[in-house]
Structures are given as C-alpha cells and as structure tokens.
Design a protein around this ligand. Structure first.
Ligand code: PMP
Ligand code: GLU
Length: 397
C-alpha cells in the first residue's frame, strides 16, 4: 500500500540538492563544511529589488496573479529579450514559473509524448534526464569531451537523431562545464536542425549573465529557430535571487499556451511578491549584474589556478561561463587515501566531504563519472581554504 508510483521510483534524486542538504546537516552538527556543491550565488539580493518586494506587499500585490505572470513582468521580460538578445516576443508568449527549473519541466511535459526522444549533451544539468523520464520520454544522452570543449558538434547531433527525436536540450553557458557555444558552433547545429523540422529546442540560458568572454548568443536568434525554441531564463543566478523562485520561458504562442494550461492545473502563478521583485530586477539598473559577474570572474581565475595545483585534478579548459569548475579526477580512482579506496566520482566526493569537509558534486550526476563539480559561488577565502583542505586530504596515504 505504501508504495509510490513507478514515476517516482524511477526518478533519481537531485544530486546537487542532496549534497547541499548533506552539508547543511553536517554543519548543524557543528562540522565546519565548506559547501562548493550547490550552484547558488552567495551575494544578497540587491537592495532595490528587495525594496520593490516590500512595496509590493504594501501595495497589496497579495492576490492570485494571472497564471503566466503579471502583464507588467511579462512586458519587462519582453523588453529584456529584445534589448539583450535581439529576440522579439509579445507578452502572451512569456510564461513565468516557480524558477527556471519549472519552466524547463513545463516545456518538456508540454512537448513530449510517451516514447519521444530528447537529445541531451553530457555533461548535463542533473534535472534534464529526470524531467524527460517524468514526461515518459527517452533521454538520449550524447557524451561530449574535453577536445570539443564539452560542446555538442553538428556531426554528433546528426548521428543522435532518429525518427522519434522530438527535442534537443541545450544549456549555454553550461552547468556543469562552463562551456559557452559560439555563434558559429550554434550555426552548425542549426544547419542540422534545418533538416529535421520536427525537433524542438529548449535553450536553457539561466547563466546568460555569468559569461566571461563573449556575450552568449541564443539559438533562438537564428533564422527559423524562434518558432521552434523555448528560451528559458530567470532571476536566480543573474540577480542572486535563488530563494525567490522566479523563472520564465519565452516560446511560440502554442507552446506558451500549453505551459500556462499545465501550470493552471498544477501550481498556478508564481508568487506575486517574487514577480514584482523580478520586474524591478529587469527594469532597474543592471550594474549589480556587472558587479557580480566581475566578482565571479575573479573567483573563476582563482579556482582554476587552485584546481590545477591539486595532483590528480585535470582542468584543460577554463570555464567560460556559469560558476562551476569541472575537473577530471579519474586518475585518482583505484588509489587509497587515509585508508579509503576511491573507486569513482561518488566515492571521491564522499571522501572529500568526510575527510576534507568540502562538499562537491560527483560527475556521475551530470552524466560523466570521470569528473567532480565544484561551485565557486562563494567567497575567495572559502575557495582558498577548501583547496588547501583538498590538497591535504589527497596527500594522506
Ligand atoms: N537550469 C540550470 C542549468 C541550472 O543550473 C539551474 C539551477 N538552479 C536551473 C535551470 C534552475 O534555476 P531556478 O529554478 O533557480 O530558476
Ligand atoms: N542549479 C543549481 C545547481 O546545479 C542549484 C540546484 C538545483 O536546482 O539543481 O547546483
């Protein structure tokens, strides 16, 4: 009787969240854990955004908002898309949700029928495969490697397509690798997609503003792609607003309507207060975004240097965006440290948690067991201390 559905039984728990919870539990026991597991900016939400939220409460924005979000917020999102991405949408093509996570899931559920295939380049963000499975779709994981900068090539895309392919999920800048697709790389993928009009693209652009070289290009900006792409974004990362739970999707009208319909039965609109805060984030000064990015850049430079000093960690390409490093660690597998044999990325992450008191996420959760993911959305002091501890823990025979 107390048996959950196969749907839930077959779903992996979110490794990013699990590791973060584990470090919180250890901290609560008084252990000084440095948490480099979850991807969450350590900055406070900027003051002008907080003020807008307080004002929203005083102005009685306390009733159910329209399911896809307040018109004023959707207008602000459209203005952002036009100004920053050159993409022209009308407010009825925008659906705001409880985070970009829900936006991706809405699109997956609205697009896939049972047995439809979704191409997911690996390393991938932990939730994509599970969302596809939730929709009874089939995740078709395409491994990428250091040589291609962890980017899906046109040849790999073409080879993965079958008559059942319905979806491609792209994430640029990428969690966990930090890879950023150039316009030319996207153009080559678009050329392949042009031969397969039945394939739709979810473009997860949540790390758009955390990019250290070129400004990211959206695949939706290529000829013929606006009609077959759902652009997903939100305020969690760009404006340090992870707890507010506000993301959105911009899509062709038929898909936006489908997502609203789904949300109307499932969660209704996202929080009214978070929506007014997000509106202020988009309409206000963007200096906070620039400042946080520059701070992330300094941390990126620092962590890349420190990772490269760890014997057994290999980081060929520095991340170009997001706030993660994803070193290759498999040369440590088979070795024993402090009496503990390391066999895979999970045992290495567990060893570092227990013996270095540093939380990282096993690469296996992202579809590649050879790696570990460290988030550098934390202070330079924490990063320096974490890598000091890691070096010490990996020097214990
Ligand atoms: N996409 C990616 C790639 C992410 O790393 C995250 C992290 N939370 C999300 C989507 C979801 O973001 P949120 O739900 O906080 O908006
Ligand atoms: N996206 C972040 C991460 O990858 C936050 C946790 C989550 O939503 O998975 O760590």
């Amino acid at each position: 009787m107390n048996q959950v559905s196969d749907r839930i039984l077959n779903m992996a728990s979110s490794a990013t969240i699990a590791m973060s919870q584990k470090s919180s539990e250890l901290r609560a026991k008084g252990i000084d854990i440095i948490n480099l597991s979850v991807g969450e900016p350590d900055f406070h939400t900027p003051d002008h955004i907080k003020r807008a939220a307080k004002q929203a409460i005083d102005d009685n924005f306390t009733y159910y908002p329209p399911v896809p979000g307040y018109l004023s917020l959707r207008q602000a999102v459209c203005a952002k898309l036009l100004k920053e991405n050159g993409l022209s949408y009308s407010p009825d093509q925008i659906v705001c949700s409880n985070g970009a996570k829900q936006s991706v899931c809405n699109a997956v559920l609205a697009l896939l029928n049972s047995g439809d295939e979704a191409i997911i380049p690996a390393p991938y963000w932990v939730s994509y495969t599970e969302m596809v499975k939730l929709a009874e779709g089939v995740p078709v994981v395409v491994p990428t490697d250091i040589e291609s900068g962890f980017k899906l090539t046109a040849a790999q895309l073409r080879a993965a397509i079958t008559p059942r392919t319905r979806l491609l999920i792209l994430c640029s800048p990428c969690n966990p690798t930090g890879a950023l697709y150039s316009a030319e790389e996207l153009r080559r993928l678009v050329e392949v997609l042009a031969d397969y009009p039945q394939i739709f693209v979810i473009s997860d652009e949540i790390y758009e503003h955390i990019s250290y070289s070129d400004a990211p290009v959206s695949i939706a900006s290529f000829d013929g792609m606006l009609e077959r792409t759902a652009v997903v974004n939100g305020v969690s990362k760009s404006y340090a607003m992870t707890g507010w739970r506000l993301g959105w999707l911009a899509a062709p009208l038929w898909l936006a309507k489908a997502c609203s319909k789904l949300q109307g039965q499932y969660t209704s609109a996202s929080s009214s207060i978070a929506q007014k805060a997000a509106e202020a984030a988009y309409l206000g000064s963007q200096q906070c975004v620039v400042d946080m990015r520059e701070e992330f850049r300094n941390r990126r430079d620092l962590i890349v240097e420190l990772v490269r000093q760890v014997p057994g960690f290999e980081l060929a390409v520095p991340p170009q965006g997001a706030f993660y490093v994803f070193p290759k660690c498999d040369s440590l597998y088979g070795k024993t440290f402090d009496g503990v044999k390391i066999t895979d990325s999970s045992s290495l992450a567990m060893y570092l948690l227990e013996h270095a008191h540093v939380a990282a996420v096993a690469g296996s959760a992202f579809g590649d067991d050879r790696f570990l993911r460290f988030s550098y959305a934390t202070s330079e002091q924490n990063i320096i201390e974490a890598f000091k501890r890691i070096r010490q823990a990996l020097a214990k025979s």
